[in-house]
Each structure stands twice: as structure tokens, then as C-alpha cells.
Write a protein that binds this ligand. Structure first.
Ligand SMILES: *[C@@H]1O[C@H](CO)[C@@H](O)[C@H](O)[C@H]1NC(C)=O
Ligand SMILES: *[C@@H]1O[C@H](CO)[C@@H](O)[C@H](O)[C@H]1NC(C)=O
Ligand SMILES: *[C@@H]1O[C@H](CO)[C@@H](O)[C@H](O)[C@H]1NC(C)=O
Length: 266
């Protein structure tokens, strides 16, 4: 029979693909990761930073791979969390760090976490148009979850009661800042990821990026932790009139003028 050598292979491939919830995978730096057209496109999108901001490029990879290694190490998590969602969210979570003057991601008015969340959502929408993923899977609520996980990446105290998948984007970012290996990441994977994507400049790189953003888009940094970088390092940086402290105190003056006799029990 002419096809006898081919058929079993096809049957096997079909069986693997038919398993619900399973994605094709590959191994990067010793970690098994999802290898779908969407994830490939996300990886391609951040290639540009390998040259421009290598600490960012490596940070995005470590975030993805540390997170994937931690999820892989726990059968419950592995069965619960959509690893394609996690890949896209972690790989794209800092597009708002882009220091190109003509960045397609960085706005004047929004903080970098919001820029990154919007950019990731727009990326997935583009990939739906390009048939790299389906709108059925990437529904509006799923895109909203992606936005939440990225936009709340520096607000651990807010994300913590959110959806577990959005939370895992934030957890994965947390594996990078600060310090030693989180015990959820198996040691062998931690070491192989660090060997492939060394972390020797992230804090200095962050300092440079945050200072740049405070200078390039001050309004998008007021009332965020980047304000400290602006105040420390950017000549002329002046958040006064924009901070919540200032807004509350301006309000107090008007309130006293209007209701001078009110008390805390009024
Ligand atoms: C796996 O993760 C779940 C959910 O976070 C947790 O409840 C469980 O204790 C973990 N299992 C192990 C073996 O670490
Ligand atoms: C942080 O960045 C600012 C601005 O580039 C620079 O002046 C400062 O020396 C940096 N701080 C450290 C500790 O590297
Ligand atoms: C506030 O109290 C003072 C003194 O009791 C009174 O003269 C004044 O009319 C009050 N003002 C208002 C706006 O109620």
C-alpha cells in the first residue's frame, strides 16, 4: 500500500491536534512553551528590541519563560491557565517601554502599563485579521482580560482578586523584580533561562527607560511611580497641580469657601 508509511504519522498528528486545550509546543532555554502562529508573531514583534533595548528584550523573555516554567511545574495550573494567553501577555507586557521617538505604542497621556495593554490588545486584533488566531477564541472579554493583566502589572494589590490568568501575567512580571529565584520556578529551568537571557542590566535599563519616559511624556507619568524618576532626574519636571495630593488640597480650599462651618460630622 502506497500510503502505509504516511498514514500512521498523519493519524498521530491528528490525535495530538484534536486534544482539547492543547497547543503545539517547542522548547526554549529548557522550558516547554506554546508554539502557535499567534505566539510566533508576538515573538517576532519584540525582536526589534534585541538591538534597541536588549535589557527589555531579555526581560520580556525571562518573564514569559519563568512564568511558563512555574505553570508547567504545577499540574493544576497547567490544566487551568491558557498558555497561549500567558505567552502573549507576558511577551508584550512592556511595549510601553519603547524608547523610539516614533514608537507606535507610546502615548503622551497614558501610563506605560496602559500603553502596553492597549498595544497588546491591538496586536491580537491585527492577528485576528491576519488569521493567526480566531475572534471566537479571542473574544472581547478575553481581550479585556489581557488588558487587565498587563495594565495592572505594577498594581499587584489590585490585580490580586482578578481572574487567575490575568493574575499570572502579573505573577510572571513579579518573578523578575526583585531578587532571587521564586520557589515556584524549578531551579533547573531558572538557571537555563538565565543562561540564555542573562539579567545583568535590568535595573539600570529600567532606570534609563523610566527617566526617559518621565522626560518624553511627563503627563503620562504623574501620580505613578515614574514620577519619582522625573523628580530625581529630569530637569524642569513638575507634577504640581497634577498629583492627587494637589487635587485634594485645591478641593479643600474651594470646600472651605463654600461650607466654612462644616465639621467632620456634617
Ligand atoms: C498548584 O497551584 C495551585 C493553585 O495556585 C495551588 O493551590 C497548589 O497548591 C499548587 N500545587 C503544588 C503542588 O504546588
Ligand atoms: C538613573 O538614571 C539617571 C538618568 O539617566 C542617571 O542620571 C542616574 O545616574 C541613574 N542612576 C543610577 C543609580 O544608575
Ligand atoms: C458660620 O458660622 C458663623 C459663626 O457661627 C456664622 O456667622 C456664619 O454665618 C456661618 N456661615 C455659614 C455659611 O453658615
Amino acid at each position: 500500500m502506497k500510503f502505509s508509511g504516511v498514514l500512521p504519522v498523519l493519524a498521530l498528528a491528528g490525535a495530538a491536534a484534536a486534544k482539547p486545550g492543547k497547543y503545539p509546543t517547542t522548547t526554549i532555554a529548557g522550558v516547554e512553551v506554546v508554539d502557535t502562529p499567534l505566539v510566533r508573531e508576538a515573538r517576532q514583534l519584540i525582536e526589534v528590541f534585541n538591538e534597541l533595548q536588549p535589557y527589555l528584550y531579555k526581560h520580556l523573555h525571562r518573564t514569559w519563560l519563568f512564568g511558563a516554567a512555574a505553570i508547567n511545574a504545577n499540574e493544576t495550573l497547567k490544566a487551568t491557565i491558557d498558555l497561549e494567553f500567558h505567552a502573549v501577555g507576558s511577551l508584550l507586557h512592556d511595549l510601553g517601554w519603547d524608547m523610539r521617538p516614533n514608537s507606535p505604542y507610546v502615548t503622551q497621556e497614558d501610563r506605560f502599563e496602559v500603553d502596553s495593554g492597549v498595544a497588546a490588545v491591538n496586536f491580537v486584533k491585527d492577528q485576528i485579521k491576519n488569521d493567526k488566531c480566531s475572534s471566537k477564541k479571542w473574544s472581547a472579554s478575553r481581550l479585556e482580560k489581557l488588558y487587565d493583566g498587563i495594565a495592572l502589572q505594577t498594581e499587584q494589590s489590585i490585580i490580586k482578586y482578578k481572574n487567575v490568568e490575568a493574575q499570572w501575567i502579573v505573577n510572571s512580571v513579579g518573578f523578575e523584580f526583585p531578587g532571587p529565584r521564586n520557589p515556584l520556578i524549578p531551579e533547573a529551568a531558572y538557571n537555563s533561562v538565565l543562561a540564555a537571557y542573562p539579567n545583568d542590566y535590568l535595573f539600570r535599563g529600567s532606570n534609563i527607560t523610566f527617566t526617559y519616559l518621565a522626560g518624553a511624556k511627563p503627563v503620562g507619568t504623574y501620580n505613578t511611580f515614574l514620577q519619582d524618576f522625573g523628580e530625581a532626574y529630569v530637569p524642569g519636571y513638575d507634577p504640581s497641580g497634577y498629583t492627587f495630593f494637589d487635587l485634594i488640597h485645591e478641593g479643600i480650599e474651594q470646600e472651605v469657601a463654600k461650607n466654612p462651618n462644616a465639621t467632620i460630622y456634617s
